[in-house]
Design a protein around this ligand. Structure first.
Ligand code: AMP
Length: 548
């Protein structure tokens, strides 16, 4: 290509896509907009801006420089939001530690990410006690303490967060670093082997913010997030940057509410009192909120909720719609920053009855702008969008992890054939809606037929006595595998159904052709609880270990 077609010139500013730019401009436009922490604290975007500068200066005073790693162990808080900005804005990498991992796994991630500084909330000090004397990379610990008195600990803290901020300057000069610099890192919560580190650059986080913002800002009404919305995350900030929404909400200048440690009372109070209108959540937490005794006293008719991390069941979606919640699915994974698709309802279906709308809202969704997503067979041939054929979802967008941290072999497997392999199996229909049917590892093959465990779980979940269900494949000499449905019954449901009743409920669906008759080979087993991973997803590996 001829050199004069390259638009870069020596004199013009090329504007690197940096996280600092997501913060600077909303502050100019919305200096008085509020950030709220539980029922304890509220301040404005001007103060956020000032506190980010104080934190950046405090970290620099501790010697944090470009390329260093600053780790955080905190609940969803205004402090975490400050770290989301301050750490990458001085060129350091933010490691959001998954506080739900085991102490040994946490130690592994601290070592592996080579954390230099660790900010830790008092609630997580017991974890550090358990790995006492074995953290070798961290040179400074900063305490996040909400109490009047200092906690007992073996750690020699370099300072307490608020005290360090108090002493620091309110103005900070943020460098123009390379937009491809690493801004964040965290570890996948996969259930096999050691956690794997994923990482994202400034440019990727900015483009993810803009892409997701474009998708949620496009609809005329359903699912639309706009400047009067009030945002509250209900997925942890340590997991994929709370799906990137704190960056999005800040860029849009929204009022933001941070709930700290998730407690159903607090969440519902905040939704009510602060008039929260936009959240994201995993199905299990929404389910828990719906079971809360005060739920019926709260008007949820202005609440939009993106459900992701696991499939949204039709039963849960219908309950949401009955409560006038604008509920719909989002899909992504740790490796994808995360958002790839959202199940927004197209204009011609907005007046459809709830049953029909739930079908759409429970699909895995339509791709965001800039998301090149396809379903492929084992030879990477693209499969048609007929809503029938299923294959692995592979994807390219500007915001995918470029690999696993310090793990060449798995990185190459992740990107085999030039597309990121999600390990999820799905179909795409003629309207463009993706529908996940399984994880590759969880697919059940019965008598030569593939059975979607998610579909079967959805059907069983419709039985009024069923509180929770997970389906796994049980090895079988004759059929290869048979579905094994592990069912938790509702405690308050009058008469206890037999396994046979559950099976005949599924039978009705096979009669109408909704699901293959092959599922009738299913066995049902009632259990006390379903094992979950550290982020509240059904842990099929643990279930297989326990019940097969
Ligand atoms: P994680 O990396 O822990 O966030 O897990 C990502 C995985 O969760 C994906 O690869 C999917 O298997 C699953 N997942 C996320 N969102 C959905 C969804 N909307 N429907 C079904 N599965 C989902």
């Amino acid at each position: 290509m001829s050199d004069n077609l390259i638009v870069r010139t020596a004199s013009a500013y090329t504007y690197p896509l940096l996280i600092k730019n997501l913060l600077q401009f909303p502050v100019v436009n919305n200096p008085e907009q509020e950030i709220v922490y539980r029922d304890e604290l509220r301040y404005t975007y001007s103060t956020l801006h000032e506190r980010v500068a104080r934190l950046a200066n405090a970290l620099r005073a501790l010697g944090v420089k470009q390329g260093d790693t600053v780790a955080v162990m905190d609940w969803d808080s205004h402090r975490y939001l400050e770290c989301f900005f301050a750490v990458p804005m001085i060129g350091a990498v933010l490691h959001t530690i998954n506080v739900k991992l085991s102490p040994e796994q946490i130690l592994f991630t601290i070592d592996h990410a080579e954390d230099d500084v660790l900010l830790v909330h008092t609630d997580f000090l017991p974890i550090l006690e358990q790995i006492k004397g074995r953290i070798s990379t961290v040179r400074d610990f900063i305490l996040l303490n909400e109490k009047e008195t200092a906690p007992e600990s073996h750690i020699r803290f370099s300072g307490e967060y608020e005290a360090l901020l108090e002493e620091a300057d309110t103005v900070c000069d943020y460098p123009d670093i390379d937009e491809h610099s690493r801004a964040t890192t965290f570890y996948t919560t996969g259930t096999t082997g050691l956690p794997k580190g994923v990482y994202f650059s400034h440019r990727q986080l900015v483009l993810h913010t803009l892409g997701t913002m474009a998708a949620i800002g496009t609809p005329e009404s359903q699912g639309r997030v706009h400047q009067n919305d009030v945002y509250m995350p209900i997925t942890p900030m340590f997991h994929v940057h709370a799906w990137g929404f704190p960056y999005i909400a800040t860029s849009m200048g929204l009022k933001q509410v941070y709930p700290g440690r998730y407690a159903p009372d607090m969440l519902l109070n905040l939704i009510d009192k602060e008039q929260v209108t936009f959240s994201h959540c995993v199905p299990t937490i929404l389910h828990m909120l719906f079971k809360h005794p005060h739920i019926d006293n709260i008007d949820l008719s202005c609440w939009k909720v993106v459900i992701g991390g696991a499939a949204l069941s039709k039963a849960l979606c219908l309950e949401g719609l009955r409560r006038n919640i604008d509920i719909y699915t989002g899909y992504g994974m740790s490796e994808t920053c995360p958002v790839l698709t959202l199940a927004l309802v197209k204009p011609d279906k907005l007046d459809a009855p709830d049953e029909e709308q739930a079908e759409i809202r429970c699909k895995t969704g339509l791709t965001l702008p800039l998301v090149d997503l396809k379903i492929v067979d084992e030879e990477m041939n693209e499969l048609p969008h007929d809503g029938e054929q299923t294959g692995e979802i592979v994807v390219r967008t500007p915001w995918l992890t470029q690999g696993y941290l310090k793990d060449k072999k798995n990185s190459e497997m992740l990107w085999a054939g030039g597309y990121l392999h999600t390990g999820d199996v799905a179909s795409i229909d003629a309207q463009g809606y993706l529908k996940i049917s399984d994880r590759i590892k969880d697919v059940i093959k019965t008598g030569g037929e593939w059975i979607s465990s998610l579909e079967l779980e959805d059907i069983i979940g419709h039985h009024p006595a069923v509180a929770e269900v997970a389906v796994i494949g049980q090895p079988d000499e004759r059929w290869g595998e048979r579905p094994l449905a592990l069912v938790v019954l509702k405690a308050d449901f009058g008469e206890t159904p037999s396994e046979k009743k559950i099976a005949s409920h599924v039978h009705e669906y096979t009669e109408t052709g909704i699901i293959s008759k092959q599922v009738l080979l299913m066995k049902v087993r009632f259990v006390e609880a379903i094992d979950k991973t550290s982020v509240g997803k059904v842990d099929k590996r643990a279930l297989r270990g326990k019940y097969l």
